[in-house]
Design a protein. Structure first.
Length: 71
């Protein structure tokens, strides 16, 4: 399943750092963080999508505490 979310990040470097870290999480097939559009695109298996999304939000908060991801 592929879904897009609003993702407020402070700079392009922060977006790249998030994308690199989130792509390493278990269950994440593909992730993209775009600073210009303030969007996060996540691809994960349908049956585990909510679990993977929760892990993505948690990890994003650890890396960049000012990041806000809106479902």
């Amino acid at each position: 399943m592929k879904k897009k979310f609003k993702c407020e990040v402070d700079c392009a470097s922060c977006a790249q750092k998030l994308q690199d870290a989130l792509s390493k999480l278990d269950g994440v097939d593909e992730v993209s963080v775009n600073f210009m559009t303030q969007k996060l695109t996540l691809v994960a298996a349908d049956e585990k999508f909510d679990e993977v999304f929760d892990a993505v939000v948690k990890k994003a908060q650890q890396i960049e505490p000012d990041t806000v991801i809106t479902a």
